[in-house]
Design a protein around this ligand. Structure first.
Ligand SMILES: Nc1ncnc2c1ncn2[C@@H]1O[C@H](COP(=O)(O)OP(=O)(O)OP(=O)(O)O)[C@@H](O)[C@H]1O
Ligand SMILES: [Mg+2]
Length: 208
């Protein structure tokens, strides 16, 4: 594996993060995330995995340290601008709209940035190629899909905005071993075939 710095998309350097100024849950966290790879931070309940991702996405300001995105310290960059720089975040609590159809959920992912219907249709089609099961179910209410399929909708919706880098919080929480394997398979395809870089946190890697 190359050690060239240009391979590193995201670096967390000596990061101290907490919900209060004088109480750091994460202390001296150092992580390097390489381009087109999945980097995983594993740990038990409550160790601070979600806290780390919130700090990367800008929901929490670290007390100390640096968050370097392609070499630039983004600590003072607000979340909406981090999104424009290509960061995307899939939180631990599912954020899909369960009363809406698969198609409506995907459309929302596209409307955030671009009001160009043609582009949205193209990106939606790309998602259906990635996850053919969603094409069959595009008119179905998302809440009626299986847990794994709902995760696929959520990931697809995030991909509508064409991020460079995905932050994923516990992609397989609550899923069976078989569905976990499917989710990891799809994340692997995103890095190997579509050039995405992924930082995920999980309790264990099931299905790898
Ligand atoms: N909003 C908050 N305010 C104060 N403390 C918080 C807040 N959110 C989380 N914490 C605390 O921070 C610590 C780390 O929480 P975090 O959610 O990052 O853990 P986690 O590793 O993601 O756990 P899990 O595997 O259960 O999701 C915990 O002790 C938690 O109680
Ligand atoms: Mg968590």
């Amino acid at each position: 594996m190359s050690d060239a710095t240009e391979d590193i998309v995201l670096e967390l350097r000596s990061l101290y993060v907490g919900y209060y100024k004088d109480l750091n849950i994460l202390q001296d966290l150092n992580v390097k995330v390489r381009k087109n790879q999945i980097t995983a931070i594993l740990g038990a309940n409550g160790v601070g995995k979600s806290t780390a991702l919130k700090a990367v996405f800008g929901f929490l300001r670290p007390n100390e340290g640096q968050v370097l995105l392609e070499g630039e310290d983004i600590i003072d960059v607000p979340t909406h601008q981090r999104i424009l720089k290509g960061l995307a975040y899939i939180p631990q609590q599912p954020g899909i709209f369960k009363d809406m159809s698969v198609e409506e959920n995907l459309e929302l992912g596209g409307w955030t940035f671009k009001r160009d219907k043609k582009q949205i249709a193209e990106k939606m089609e790309a998602n259906y190629e990635r996850f053919p099961v969603l094409k069959d179910k595009r008119k179905q209410i998302t809440g009626e899909l299986s847990g794994g399929q709902q995760r696929m909708v959520e990931i697809s919706r995030t991909l509508m905005a064409e991020p460079k880098m995905l932050l994923v919080d516990e992609p397989t929480a609550g899923l069976s071993k078989m569905l976990s394997e499917e989710v990891y398979e799809m994340l692997t395809v995103l890095t190997e075939q579509e050039g995405l870089t992924i930082l995920l946190v999980d309790q264990e890697i099931r299905g790898c």
